[in-house]
Design a protein. Structure first.
Length: 343
């Protein structure tokens, strides 16, 4: 039998162990993160980030997928999420109270609580049609039913502008606009219920690869004349929009266009809220860039995530914790990205 002294000693060890465990648990940060639809490039980035941070830092991340782009910065500004996939153009609309925020008077004030950590290339706008549809250019969609994105989203506004800039066509007058969410829109295209789909997604895209396995598809380009239109000039002036190319043959033998097509490229980012702990955001930023190999190995499009382009197309101020990391890394920070709390 154990003596009283041994039992007391064991009790002390157990108490100390429990105390250490409770202390470690108390230091663990529980973060909420919002991302886009599963299967999208944004989702792949988010899941990779979640994995890296949970392995390297004392954090647990609760991920909510399928959140619409305009909702995330609003939730962050209200303290309802900690990390989110951001859009430079959505941030612009929120700051100016325009676009999808035109009827929301509090949007510009809420925007002051939104901060950025980094940006990354999210991929080009894919304008895809069924080869059997006979559509060979954007002008051929007159009278057709097409899907341009989820209602109210920034991507949808861009897609509508692409169509109008290239053809002069307007939704409801010259073509029928399918008002569906992203999952339903993708399924409707695969089922043949819509004739054209426009979607910003990574290159190559898993969704597009799946379509090209099932049938012959054609990717349409944006003509040079369209880029000269007033409508397209306004879109290209928005943050997060660049010119891009979809190579011929990138989706295999069922991709019928024989030449590269010119389109619009999109940028996304990792956003946060202003009042998230500075040390925590510093550690998140540092850990992300010190483990880029995990991102580069997870998907080809993420090979373009580097410290050199981490601020590309960014207009929203950085979080103070991110500012601290970039300064230590020797990154030259534009004045407009430094928030008041980091000056």
């Amino acid at each position: 039998m154990f003596g009283l002294r041994t039992i007391k000693r064991a009790a002390c060890v157990l108490t100390a162990t429990l105390a250490l465990g409770q202390a470690a648990q108390a230091q663990e940060a529980h973060l909420r993160m919002q991302t886009a639809t599963p299967g999208s490039g944004y989702y792949v980035f988010s899941v990779t980030l979640q994995s890296v941070l949970q392995k390297k830092l004392p954090v647990k991340i609760n991920m909510t997928a399928g959140v619409t782009g305009p909702r995330s910065p609003l939730d962050a500004a209200r303290g309802q999420t900690d990390l989110f996939i951001s859009s430079p153009s959505i941030n612009h609309f929120m700051r100016t109270g325009t676009g999808m925020f035109a009827k929301m008077k509090t949007a510009p004030e809420l925007y002051k609580n939104v901060r950025q950590i980094m940006t990354f290339p999210a991929g080009p706008y894919h304008i895809v049609v069924h080869e059997k549809s006979g559509i060979r250019s954007l002008e051929d969609i007159k009278g057709r039913r097409i899907f341009l994105g989820a209602p109210g989203g920034a991507a949808t506004l861009v897609a509508m502008s692409i169509v109008e800039g290239a053809t002069g066509y307007k939704a409801g007058e010259d073509y029928e606009l399918a008002k569906l969410d992203w999952n339903s829109g993708l399924q409707a295209f695969q089922d043949g219920h819509v004739d054209m789909l426009v979607m910003p997604t990574q290159l190559p895209s898993a969704s597009m690869e799946q379509m090209a396995l099932l049938e012959e598809v054609r990717f349409l380009g944006i003509p040079d004349t369209a880029f000269d239109s007033d409508q397209m000039k306004k879109i290209m002036a928005l943050p997060g929009r660049t010119q891009a190319t979809i190579p011929a043959g990138i989706y295999g033998g069922n991709q019928t266009n024989e030449t590269d097509v010119r389109t619009i490229g999109s940028w996304a980012g990792l956003g946060t809220r202003k009042d998230l702990d500075e040390e925590l955001v510093y550690q998140i930023t540092k850990t992300l860039f010190e483990n880029l190999d995990a991102f580069h190995g997870a998907a080809k499009f993420m090979e373009e995530i580097t410290l050199d382009n981490a601020l590309t197309e960014m207009r929203t101020p950085l979080h103070a914790g991110a500012v601290r990391y970039y300064r230590e890394a020797g990154v030259d920070l534009p004045d407009h990205l430094i928030p008041p709390e980091a000056r």
